[in-house]
Design a protein around this ligand. Structure first.
Ligand code: CP
Length: 322
């Protein structure tokens, strides 16, 4: 693996999940793999899980992580080619990225979309410029359109859950990604990425449910069954992945805050005692009810703790190939 930007950088998904679970069983299995290597974690946006789990993962591999909150502590970066920098930006990515490439062996970036300019966001302009100018392996900690470390974590959690449930062992699980209400305009990244991973993995009956106006880009959803009727989608589901996203069609807009789309215990009765997932942070009693988050069907804490093993498996693959 030379970089980790999307599922397309993974040659064998199940092997990567297996490696992650091996690290979960033995965190220090490869504690010398990253000796004398340094990893930079650049945050242009906030994070709790991604930031801390990736640091822990790097340290488990013997690497030294250095976190830099670019949004708060760095110079304002310019990404436009040919920009006349007489405004608020101070340093061009063409100048900053090669310097970072000399300080680190691997560079990880978190950057959110504008949710204003669809073309710009979906070109992945920011992370692509780090790839172009840093000259070292780049790992996405969530980009404008995707969150691949989250999706790998989600798949690890699903496979763990299947392995521990006799009723699921010899069947293709039904996995439903359902839109949920939110008060703010939220990126499509997690939903895009989860859809893409499910479709490439191909070992689930994958269904997406959302209200009208919330269709995701078909670049990520092709192969999925897509319904506007949540209750229909939830029937016999084994896993329900709850997530809000803003409209892709009317880009970045909040078209609905319909409380009727919040996942509740009543809706769980439609499912096959489904396990419920969410990437966190979650708006309690807006996206997901307390009764689910505090109940036995919730996988959210296990899912978040698996972020360490997902990051460790990815970093190990990159170290082995660099
Ligand atoms: N799920 C996730 O990416 O969490 P953070 O935003 O806290 O990193």
């Amino acid at each position: 693996m030379k970089q980790f930007i999307s599922v397309n950088d993974v040659s064998n998904i199940n092997a990567l999940v297996k490696q992650a679970l091996a690290y979960k069983a033995q965190p220090f299995l490869d504690k010398h793999l990253g000796a004398n290597k340094r990893i930079g974690l650049l945050f242009l946006n906030p994070s709790l899980r991604t930031r801390l789990s990736t640091q822990v993962a790097a340290q488990n591999l013997g690497m030294e992580p250095i976190v830099f909150n670019v949004d708060k502590e760095g110079w304002a970066l310019e990404f436009a080619e040919g920009a006349v920098m007489n405004g608020t930006t101070v340093e061009h990515i063409k100048d900053a990225a090669p310097v970072l490439g000399n300080y680190f062996d691997i560079l990880c970036i978190r950057t959110f979309p504008s949710l204003v300019n669809k073309e710009d966001d979906y070109s992945e302009n920011i992370i692509n410029q780090f790839i172009k100018y840093a000259g070292i392996p780049i790992v996405s900690l969530e980009s404008a359109t995707l969150h691949p470390l989250q999706s790998l974590t989600d798949l690890i959690t699903i496979q763990e859950s299947v392995a521990s449930n006799e009723n699921l062992k010899n069947k293709k699980p039904k996995i439903v990604l359902t839109w949920a209400p939110h008060i703010k305009s939220i990126p499509q990244c997690v939903a895009n990425s989860f859809s893409e991973w499910m479709n490439v993995w191909g070992e689930a009956n994958f269904v997406i449910a959302h209200p009208a106006g919330y269709a995701l880009s078909t670049a990520f959803t092709k192969g999925a069954t897509i319904l506007n009727d949540q209750e229909e989608a939830l029937k016999d589901a084994d896993f329900v992945y709850v997530k809000n996203w803003s409209s892709y069609e009317q880009y970045g807009k909040v078209l609905s805050t319909d409380e009727g789309w919040m996942m509740t215990n009543k809706k769980l009765t439609l499912t096959n005692q489904a396990k419920v997932m969410h990437c966190l942070p979650v708006r309690r009693n807006v996206e997901l009810s307390d009764e689910i988050l505090d109940g036995p069907n919730s996988l959210v804490t296990q899912e978040a703790s698996n972020r360490v093993w997902a990051a460790q498996a990815v970093l190990a693959e990159i170290l082995k190939n660099s």
